[in-house]
Design a protein around this ligand. Structure first.
Ligand code: FMN
Length: 269
């Protein structure tokens, strides 16, 4: 599945021909989130390899401030799904991985070395841990996709941080940043390459621009939405605006994150 050549993938992604001299990027342009899985198992050895890829990601000062909890128990997955929009992909994927920003392990290392570890109270370390978790996960995603697996991040793991803490038994200093579904895509999985902003909108030369123009992207997304069974008249800009509206409905529980992190001793200073 998902066998577009890099040139085909580029056209789907950006609606234009690939740049001259583009190297063969393998499957790196072919990413799409997969939410329907075949049910075929993914052997443990494969997952060990994928975790090794994740661990090979760069990590700030080699501190490795992330961990992952795999959840294979169906009842536990149902409990997590219940707190995360009831996504069926959480329950039906072959492996469900919860990526954690982890300041607990490094605190243990510091304590055993006789250091105070009070630097871990700074927001800086929480940011580092979240970055580490994201880099590790994305390297796992790239590795998984390179062998034909599908994945889907689950930011909804943060909808109820207290429940996730309890379900996964997370100690203080450990934060479930997102989940990741991994599995073989179903034959009929509806997972298309999703168009993105063109490079000019994200790659600026020397200085940040004075404004942004979304008209080209809004137009290019329209047929994609229609193909996906979504309303074509609701543009990307409109959808994105709704997503960043700070009403508690659009925040889906994530407005509770800051006080919870502080309670956990993260990002205090
Ligand atoms: C950190 C993160 C959290 C996400 N959370 C969810 C989620 O909770 N549920 C879901 O179905 N997709 C989730 N996604 C997938 C995004 O919706 C998806 O990446 C985006 O729409 C672009 O589509 P594509 O991945 O197919 O290119 C998440 C993606 C990221 C990077």
């Amino acid at each position: 599945m998902f066998q577009e050549t890099p040139a085909e993938a580029w056209k789907k992604r950006f609606g234009q021909e690939p740049p001259e001299g583009m190297p063969d990027l393998g499957r790196l342009l072919n990413h799409r989130s997969v939410r329907q899985y075949s049910g075929e198992p993914v052997p443990e050895g494969v997952v060990r390899g994928l975790i090794g890829a994740a661990q090979s990601a760069a990590t700030s000062s080699n501190l490795q401030l992330w961990s992952v909890v795999s959840v294979q128990d169906r009842a536990t997955r149902e409990r997590i799904a219940e707190k995360a929009e009831n996504y069926r992909h959480i329950v039906e994927c072959a492996w469900f991985l919860c990526f954690l920003a982890d300041l607990n392990r490094i605190r243990a290392a510091a304590t055993s070395a006789g250091e105070a570890a009070d630097g871990l109270d700074y927001v800086e370390f929480e940011v580092m841990a979240v970055i580490d978790a994201a880099l590790a996960a994305e390297r796992l995603v790239c590795a998984a996709e390179s062998i034909g697996l599908g994945t889907c991040y689950i930011g909804a793991l943060r909808n109820d941080v207290r429940a996730v803490q309890e379900i996964l038994g997370l100690p203080k200093g450990v934060f479930g940043v997102f989940g990741l579904c991994v599995g073989w895509p179903a034959e009929d999985a509806t997972a298309e390459i999703r168009p993105r902003l063109r490079a000019e909108q994200v790659w600026f030369r020397e200085r940040y621009p004075s404004g942004h123009d979304f008209s080209e992207y809004d137009e290019r997304m329209r047929p994609f939405y229609i193909e996906q069974g979504m309303k074509g008249e609701v543009t990307w800009s409109m959808r994105s605006a709704r997503r960043v509206n700070g009403s508690s409905k659009s925040m889906t529980g994530r407005d509770a994150l800051k006080p919870w992190l502080e309670e956990q001793g993260m990002g205090l200073r």
